[in-house]
Design a protein around this ligand. Structure first.
Ligand SMILES: NC(=O)c1ccc[n+]([C@@H]2O[C@H](COP(=O)([O-])OP(=O)(O)OC[C@H]3O[C@@H](n4cnc5c(N)ncnc54)[C@H](O)[C@@H]3O)[C@@H](O)[C@H]2O)c1
Length: 415
C-alpha cells in the first residue's frame, strides 16, 4: 500500500528539521553507524507508532540503516508534523499519518502500518499492541517482540500481562534509568513550559501553577515552573509523593481547592478526569488548563464542552469556554499533550538517550527474542549502562572506577 501523508512536497522542510536533530543526537548517530555495519534488522519489518516529529524520524532512519523495513505512523493525531512525514517518505520509508487525523483516520493509519506483518513493534501508548491483539491476531505469530515508550503504555501492558492476554514479549523502555530519569523529568519539564509559553505568550512569574501528579513528569514540570518564578501547588493521590512535593517546597492540596486559586493547570498523571466539572465551576476567570499526560482524558473535555455556554478560539491552540457562572476558562491543544501538540516535544539531546534505548532494545529483541520466557521485560542492564556511558562520553565527563579492593568491600558483609 502507498504511503498516506498530507503532502509529499513538504519534504525539504522536514529534512532540514531532521538534519538539525541529527547534529544534536550523537548517540543515535553512533548507534546508526553500528547498525549500518552489523545490519541487525536485515530482512525484518519494524512497525513504529511514536509522536511523528523530527527526533522520531531520526530513530526510524537509524533502524532503517540497520536493515529494517520501516512502517511508520504517529501516536497522536495532533503531534504529527506533515513535513517530517514527507521527509521520511522521500527517504523511501512507508508512512501513514497526518496532522489532525480524525479518530477513524488515526485507527486506519494504525491498521495500515501493521498490515505488512511486523517482526518488531515500537509503540508509544499501546495503540499498536492493542490493535494487533484485538483486531489482527493473525499477525501475532510473526511478532518477535516490541518496545513500549511511555508510562501509560506500560500500565496497559501490565494489565494485559496480568490477564494472560499479552501474546509476545514487550520491553518496558520507560522503566530504564536513562529514559525516565531524564526524558520524563527534564524533557517534560522543559518542553511543557516551551509549549505553554509559545502558545499563550503570557508571563509565568508571579502566577500560581497547579501541577496534578508528582511522578517523574510532574517533578520536572513543577521544578521548571518554580524556575520561571511561579508559586507551585501540587495535587496527588499518593501520600508519599505528596510528602516529597512538600519537602521540595511546594504546596499540596486537593484539586477542588487548587482549582479556586490556580492561573495555569498542568495535568500529568496518566489518570482520567483529574480536572473535572466541579473543578471548572470554581476556577478563576482566565484560568488556563493543559495536559502533559499521554491521553487527552486528564482534563474532562467532554464535561467542559457540555458545561460551556459559549466558546471562542482565542489564539492558535487556545480554546476559550464561557461557564454558566460567567467566567472564561481556557484549554491548550484540546487537552492533548501540550509539549507535542503545541510544541516540538522534548529537546533533541533528551530524545537521543530515550531513542538510543529504543534502538538498542529492538536489537536485543531481534538477537534474544526467542530466548525470552517472560512477556514483559525490563531494558537489559547492559543496554541502560551502554547508553549512560555513551552520554557521559558525549558530555565530556569522566567518573571514577572502583579499585578491586573497593569492589570487594562493597560486596562483603563480614567487614
Ligand atoms: N508529555 C510527555 O512528553 C510525556 C513524557 C513521558 C511520559 N508522559 C506521560 O505522562 C504521564 C505521567 O508519567 P510519569 O512518568 O510522570 O508517571 P508516574 O507514574 O511517575 O507519575 C504519575 C503520578 O500521578 C499521580 N496520580 C495518579 N492519578 C492522580 C490523580 N487523579 N490526581 C493527582 N495525581 C494522580 C500518581 O500518584 C503518580 O505520582 C503518563 O501518562 C505518561 O505516559 C508524557
Amino acid at each position: 500500500m502507498a504511503s498516506e501523508i498530507r503532502d509529499p512536497g513538504l519534504w525539504e522542510s522536514g529534512a532540514r528539521k531532521i538534519e538539525w536533530v541529527r547534529r544534536n543526537c550523537p548517540l543515535l548517530r553512533m548507534t546508526g553507524e553500528e547498525f549500518e555495519k552489523d545490519q541487525p534488522f536485515k530482512g525484518k519489518k519494524v512497525t513504529l507508532s511514536v509522536h511523528l516529529e523530527a527526533k522520531t524520524a531520526l530513530l526510524c532512519l537509524t533502524l532503517a540503516r540497520g536493515g529494517a523495513e520501516m512502517h511508520v505512523t504517529g501516536s497522536n493525531p495532533l503531534s504529527t508534523q506533515d513535513d517530517v512525514a514527507a521527509a521520511l517518505v522521500h527517504e523511501g520509508l512507508d508512512v501513514h499519518a497526518w496532522y489532525g487525523s480524525t479518530p477513524e483516520e488515526y485507527s486506519s493509519h494504525i491498521r495500515n502500518v501493521l498490515k505488512p506483518g511486523p517482526n518488531i513493534i515500537i509503540d508509544d501508548g499501546g495503540d499498536l499492541v492493542n490493535m494487533i491483539h484485538n483486531e489482527m491476531q493473525d499477525l501475532i505469530p510473526g511478532v518477535i517482540g516490541g518496545c513500549e515508550e511511555t508510562t501509560t503504555g506500560i500500565i496497559r501492558l501490565e494489565a494485559m500481562n496480568r490477564a494472560g492476554a499479552l501474546k509476545f514479549p514487550m520491553v518496558r523502555v520507560n522503566n530504564a534509568d536513562c529514559k525516565h530519569f531524564f526524558d520524563n523529568r527534564y524533557g517534560t519539564g522543559q518542553s511543557v513550559w516551551d509549549g505553554i509559553n509559545r502558545t499563550t505568550n503570557l508571563i509565568v512569574a508571579g502566577k500560581i501553577v497547579v501541577v496534578a501528579g508528582y511522578g517523574w513528569c510532574g517533578k520536572g514540570t513543577a521544578m521548571r515552573a518554580k524556575g520561571l518564578g511561579a508559586r507551585v501547588i501540587v495535587t496527588e493521590i499518593d501520600p508519599v509523593k505528596a510528602i516529597e512535593a512538600v519537602m521540595d517546597g511546594f504546596d499540596v492540596m486537593p484539586m477542588n481547592e487548587a482549582a479556586k486559586v490556580g492561573d495555569f493547570f498542568v495535568t500529568v498523571t496518566g489518570c482520567d478526569n483529574v480536572i473535572d466539572t466541579d473543578d471548572f465551576e470554581v476556577m478563576k476567570d482566565g484560568a488556563i488548563m493543559c495536559n502533559a499526560g499521554h491521553f487527552d482524558s486528564e482534563v474532562n473535555m467532554k464535561g467542559l464542552r457540555a458545561l460551556a455556554v459559549e466558546t471562542a478560539e482565542m489564539r492558535k491552540n487556545i480554546m476559550g469556554y464561557k461557564l454558566p457562572t460567567g467566567q472564561w476558562v481556557y484549554v491548550i491543544a484540546e487537552g492533548r499533550l501540550v509539549n507535542l501538540a503545541a510544541g516540538d516535544g522534548h529537546p533533541a539531546e533528551i530524545m537521543d538517550m530515550s531513542f538510543a534505548i529504543q534502538a538498542l532494545s529492538a536489537r536485543y529483541l531481534v538477537e534474544h527474542g526467542s530466548e525470552l520466557t517472560e512477556k514483559l521485560i525490563d531494558v537489559p542492564r547492559e543496554v541502560d549502562r551502554k547508553v549512560a556511558e555513551m552520554e557521559l562520553k558525549f558530555l565530556g565527563k569522566e567518573i571514577d572506577v572502583l579499585t578491586p579492593e573497593q569492589e570487594k568491600y562493597l560486596n562483603s558483609y563480614d567487614l
